[in-house]
Write a protein that binds this ligand. Sequence first.
Ligand SMILES: Cc1cc2nc3c(=O)[nH]c(=O)nc-3n(C[C@H](O)[C@H](O)[C@H](O)COP(=O)(O)OP(=O)(O)OC[C@H]3O[C@@H](n4cnc5c(N)ncnc54)[C@H](O)[C@@H]3O)c2cc1C
Length: 440
Amino acid sequence: MVINKLFDTAIIGSGVAGSALLFTLARYTDIRNIILFEKYDEPALLNSGPKANSQTLHVGDIETNYTLDKAKIVKANASMISNYINHFGYEESIGFRRDKMILAVGDDEISRLEHRYREFAELFPYFKKMDKDELVEREPKIMEGRKENIMALGVEDEITTVDFKKLSESFVQMALDEDKNVQMHYNEEVVTIKELDSYFEIVTKNSTYQAKTVVANAGAYSLLFAQRLGYGLNLAVLPIGGSFFFTKKKLLDSKVYTMQNPKLPFAAVHADPDMTANWNTRFGPTAFALPKLERYRQTHIKDLLKAMCIDRDTLEVYYDLLRDKIIRKYILTNFLDEIPFIGKSIFVKDARKIIPTLTKNDLEFADGYGGMRPQIIDKTKHELMMGEAKLVKGGAIFNMTPSPGASTSLAIAHKDTVQICEFLGKAFDRDLHEKEIVGK
Ligand SMILES: Cc1cc2nc3c(=O)[nH]c(=O)nc-3n(C[C@H](O)[C@H](O)[C@H](O)COP(=O)(O)OP(=O)(O)OC[C@H]3O[C@@H](n4cnc5c(N)ncnc54)[C@H](O)[C@@H]3O)c2cc1C
């Protein structure tokens, strides 16, 4: 067994979260020795890839399930991504200014959106109210054959669309460009982490390394690493898949979101112009429990069972979810959406909220698109946690980042960087970080 030298920080996973941390540590601290392990041969081949997610920079404006306080935090966090894109000149290569809107359909939703507009106007002064006539001009497909009343809040000239894979690649390149010992170890899967007296031992399939601090940004595997060290034993992963449908030709120019049913845990149906398909319209994502930790990759049953921790407490959380009529219907519909041939006949009913004249023949299942959300169940509180989860124990940090984790990746990296600097007694260059990333 080869024992390598002692690194200051080891990062596991080069999705957008791990890559953002690598960049932040390399550029804004005096930490000199950083190593990143990625089990595949390039960054962001899983959830951070543009075919896996909706490519949306979530800033809290069209996410109608966010409270004003949550939207303030998400806006500040996501603005770090647009500041990075602006500062380093990545507009139209990584971040795109595409129009975006939130639709309210029917009188009840219109009154909710009107109320929201008044409450959120100060935070998002760029909101533009759109009535039927304006919608006919901008997105005629939304109005064709529409009987219900409708209203929209539109967003123009903001970065709304991000290629999180290219973003990850740029983070890695920026880190490598710093005059430091930054090592990228692709095709090197971490098997386990051991906690020794004053450092961690990181065992990979090839070798063993030592690091004073370690951060796992490895999706559901982050929890497995934590649990092997005895942390987060009250948590379990509920793997939720998300799939998409393309329209056969492009029908919309803007990202179009719909109002969230507050009872439902995942984003309501939306339509997005897709950068990987010549900006063709992509509907989705669906949300369904899928026994996999990585979409379109081999299933490692042992890891899956460990991550899901199916015991009495976990089953009680499943039972509570299924007891609710609205959630039960939602789970069933999303399950049916996945069934070949009949799936699109079911899905099209939801998608008609955006384009009333849409038929199942206009849709095709987006094969090879979609990802997995590692939703966390808190077994002690008996609840399904939304958003990201973090476990911190001394020099070890374990992140699980379901949606909108890509949008908030630089903010998560910022928090972890401050923590690591405190732990190692290293300096964080707040002024440069504020100038380039926070945007002050
Ligand atoms: C359907 C869907 C739609 C979404 N839409 C959006 C959206 O529009 N906007 C948004 O902000 N977010 C969206 N998200 C969420 C977003 O995709 C994730 O929050 C984000 O990609 C998570 O990044 P990550 O780096 O934590 O994980 P990942 O991108 O999954 O990266 C984890 C990395 O860790 C590596 N890894 C795992 N185990 C090991 C190991 N043992 N050793 C070495 N490497 C390892 C993997 O190979 C991988 O590269 C969506 C998610 C889904 C599923």
